[in-house]
Design a protein around this ligand. Sequence first.
Ligand code: ADP
Ligand code: MG
Ligand code: MG
Ligand code: MG
Length: 417
Amino acid sequence: AKNASFEALTVETLPGRLGALAALTDHLGDDVSAWRVREVGDGNLNLVFIVEGSTGSVVVKQALPYVRLVGESWPLPLKRSFFEYHALIRQEARAGKGTVPAVLHFDEAQALIVMEYLTPHIILRKELIAGRELPRIGVDLGLFVARTLFRGSDLHMAARDRKADLALFADNVELCDITENLVFTDPYFEAKLNHYTPALEPLVAELRADRDLKVEAQRLKHLFAANAETLLHGDLHTGSVMVTDTDTRVIDPEFAFYGPMAFDVGMMLANFWMSYFSQSGHEQDGSRESMRAYLLETITSIWAVFRTEFSRLWRSERSGMLYARSLFEDRGDPLGAEQALDRVLHDIWQDLLGFAGVECHRRILGLAHNADFETIEDEAKRAVCEAKALRFGRHIAVNRRAIHSIEEVNAFAALIE
Ligand code: ADP
Ligand code: MG
Ligand code: MG
Ligand code: MG
């Protein structure tokens, strides 16, 4: 039904509409009447169905022509599903099988992706709120970002291929627009869709009057919009990761587009720092001490693994037009290549602190909040956690060029009032 006009699926219509697709019957069995369908979407934008049959299960994710969280008053194009599909297959090729859900089928007109049902996986954010320490995520997420960001850039790809890819993703305008406004601009003035815990009012007024912060946020927006260096996931927070003790999967790359490497890394780390600040809101009698230590270790590990893997790829897969081997290794100057690597990592470091800082602000002051804070029912407690994250975000964004190590940032997080 490639040319059929779009129609949103329902639990009732799904078996009838998709019952003839091999991608489904191969996994679920031919007896369509035995399929059980549930809608489980908890995200802000799309429909997500779990379909279980006699021989297996799949997930069907379908875009809607509007923002699910807000309703039909906020239209959003179906083509985000196209970008999610193209991002998923690139991420699998670049980070490896088993790092994202396998794609089984894509229908552009119906804006739907049939994919592997991840089970018994749980959304990472939920696990962190529950105080569970996942042993693999530091390594798995560090590798995922290093491999996808390096291999999607001019450090690795042929220039022609990367430019073609850049053109393909350049059309993801509306989702970029959401990030451009909701992340970099709206938190810093009284935008209509903003909301925040009332007790934060004095601090919010202080942040919005902070000229250095506003200018820095706009410089980061400039970088985000103008530095199209690699294919980003674009929405890489702990709600876009599903985990078990032994497996880590990154989901939901519909915001994918070409932007600065530091954006994905900064967003990811910000969500771990916010989890850190939220722990006291979920704590009884110091029960989260070990969780807090685990979160800082995980942050340290993600950044260390990222650097190590990025450096490995730099030395072994630097086949693109940038920092060509013909200038360095092939001229007997391997140190030149190492010096250039150090500069590139240094720039990523300074920029990721900025992106992490604004991400902390927009999740507390903007439209889309984090369950980490939202599930703290005691409003006074929640405000204390959020205020720390806001001050932390301001510090790392404004002072990002004067901060030299992840240990320094973690020490600041641990001491902030
Ligand atoms: P949205 O774009 O609306 O945020 P997501 O892709 O984040 O949608 O999916 C929403 C929810 O559906 C996830 O939080 C997760 O609980 C569930 N989900 C999505 N994809 C899968 C999958 N492949 N396997 C299992 N559950 C999934
Ligand atoms: Mg999501
Ligand atoms: Mg690979
Ligand atoms: Mg999404």
